[in-house]
Design a protein around this ligand. Sequence first.
Ligand SMILES: [Zn+2]
Length: 470
Amino acid sequence: MRFSRPLIVILSLVLVLSAFSQETDKAKALENETMQHFQALLRFDTSDPPGNEKPAADYLKQVLEKEGIPVKVFALEPHRPNVVARLKGNGKKKPLLIMAHTDVVNVDATKWTHPPFGAAREGGWVYGRGTVDDKDNVVAALMTMLELKRQNVPLDRDVIFLAESGEEGSTRVGIQFMVNQHFAEIEAEFCLAEGGNVTRSGGQVKFASVQTLEKIPRAIELIARGVAGHGSVPLQTNAIVHLSAAVAAIGKWRPQIRLNDTTGAYFSRLAEISSPADAQRYRDILSLDPKKRDAADEYFLANEPRHASMIRTSVSPNIFTGGYRINLIPSEAKANLDVRTLPDENPASFLEEVKKVVNDPAIEVKFAARDVRPGGPNTRLDSEAFQVLEAAIKRHYNTVTLPTMSTGATDMAYLRAKGIQSFGIGPALDTEDGPKGFGAHSDQERILESELHRFVRFNWDVVNTLARAK
Ligand SMILES: [Zn+2]
């Protein structure tokens, strides 16, 4: 039988349209399912402390197992389990780990308009503690696992799902426990976790940040010692006077500027999307001309303190103690410095530099105890994972990717120390939302539903591209 040309055109149109409507039906169903899991997870109060991530972990386990994905649970404390699920690949490449934490920071419920664990939907937003930290990443990783399994995607590498507990301040039950006692279960070439996001302003996407590196927190203690005495007879050895001078010197000190792969790429890419005056400063900070560089640094210190911290090992004196009676000269005074070292900093030689700045034999300068998150090598910008992320950001958000080094610490530090190249990603957030009090850790938290769904599609695309058999 021969079809006339108009008939063929009409028939193909019908086929294309029905395929299209099947696609949109499927997309809608996935969005509904995403929302259902997201709301279920938000409704578990996993405030840390005390944590109690178990109900969320049980929920994830049941959803994964229902889909036929095997699950293992590892718990140092029974109410704080970590959930691991693995989809097997052919082993051509090393595994990909997709990780997110199930605990959330505490809330002051009286400050919330929508209850913090209600997962209310209103005006296109979802409200609740954890909506952007970090149950968005949990649900994106979960949906990706479910889809890989349903579509029976052949894999060149295992995809490992880890929902870890204790990220918000009790990593010993979460990532530390997994790395120290069950590393074989999560060992991977690449890891995707929280720590990045896409920045929107005025409803427009401006740029995407992918965290590729982080600074290492350390603590330095200054102890000034002098002679105790009567307050009516001032002494030159007064410990408080000595310590004050030392802290003031530290405050004025600007540790040397040093850039790395990540911060170098960050500033040069940021320059490309900034106003001319800002762009000039971002280029100047990369300049070899110390005059230009110091002027840009000066501006950062006053106006963009996060950028000033990104270009050096930073020191912030945050505790100052000494004295207990108005009429008594104390024999001792102490200050604690919050130090965030560049990942390649040599701690011992940095301590020597601090001693030189203090320059006072009456003051002991030493490292103090701190839960030091280990450092790791620079996550490579020329790695397959970074390139896949960059291309997917272009496809889904049509914007530039800025690799970032966070000044704070994340759970990825433990993985980087083990050689896992780790990347922090996240959904699009409105810059206007932070000041309104809707950001991570604020007294209210929310995410745009449309951005949650876009993030899930992005997550799926990245994992599918990195793991699917070629
Ligand atoms: Zn988090």
